[in-house]
Design a protein around this ligand. Structure first.
Ligand SMILES: C[S@@+](CC[C@H](N)C(=O)[O-])C[C@H]1O[C@@H](n2cnc3c(N)ncnc32)[C@H](O)[C@@H]1O
Length: 211
């Protein structure tokens, strides 16, 4: 059982370091891998003008900007992230835009209003959450009725990823757990979300839910 305070500290420190090093934005191997994954999610969204959109674990806000572009910035665009440094960068990337809001918060407790969002996404962040059930309950609370959730994360249905999960738990202090499709379905349903579909390949899945 992980010590909660220690986990949050290590998790923040790791992502603060990534933010300072520009790892998400430097067009290096990690950055390209993550952008490709985010692009896959963005391509699935049915975004309409005046959308209320949230990215949980938003990093420096790249996907938020991509979604906003689809509707010429017409809507309210939010990102939350545990790392203060990520949020600082996101704020500076969208400075001067009043309808873009970036907040430092843990996904398990997000200081935003109930029933507010049409679309929430979460990409390559979920396996770092100590209490995934709490994060999903928060997302459920934040979504409007009929609102949609898209979580992209590694998928523990192949032995390669199961092995990686075991190794990552040993070497990465902020890693928590990679879930299988069945576990995602159970987590969604326990949070009151309908698990409407999944798009998966051998190593990652996009889990789509609806409130
Ligand atoms: C690998 S990065 C992915 C960033 C971005 N979503 C992307 O796809 O490029 C993981 C992000 O999740 C954030 N994160 C990790 N644990 C979190 C938590 N408990 N609550 C909110 N954000 C968290 C990190 O700070 C980091 O920015």
């Amino acid at each position: 059982m992980k010590d909660e305070t220690k986990h949050v500290q290590m998790n923040k420190a790791m992502w603060d370091q990534w933010a300072e090093a520009g790892t998400l934005d430097n067009n290096g191997r990690k950055s390209r891998f993550l952008r490709e994954a985010q692009s896959k999610v963005v391509s699935l969204l049915n975004v309409k003008e005046n959308v209320h959109f949230l990215d949980v674990g938003c990093g420096t806000g790249w996907a938020v900007g991509q979604v906003a572009k689809l509707v010429n910035d017409k809507g309210l665009f939010y990102g939350v992230d545990l790392s203060e440094k990520m949020i600082e960068k996101a704020k500076s990337n969208f400075s001067g835009k009043d309808n873009f809001h970036f907040l430092q918060a843990n996904s398990e407790s997000i200081p935003l209003d109930d029933n507010f969002f049409d679309i929430i996404i979460c990409t390559n962040s979920f396996h770092h959450y100590l209490h995934p059930d709490k994060a999903l309950k928060e997302i459920h609370r934040l979504l409007k009725s009929g609102g949609k959730l898209y979580i992209l994360d590694p998928l523990a249905d192949s032995w390669v990823i199961k092995f990686w999960d075991v190794m990552a738990k040993l070497i990465e202090p902020e890693h928590v757990k990679i879930y299988s499709m069945k576990e995602f379905q159970q987590l969604f349903e326990q949070a009151g979300l309908r698990y409407s579909s999944v798009k998966a390949d051998w190593h990652q899945g996009i889990h789509i839910g609806e409130k």
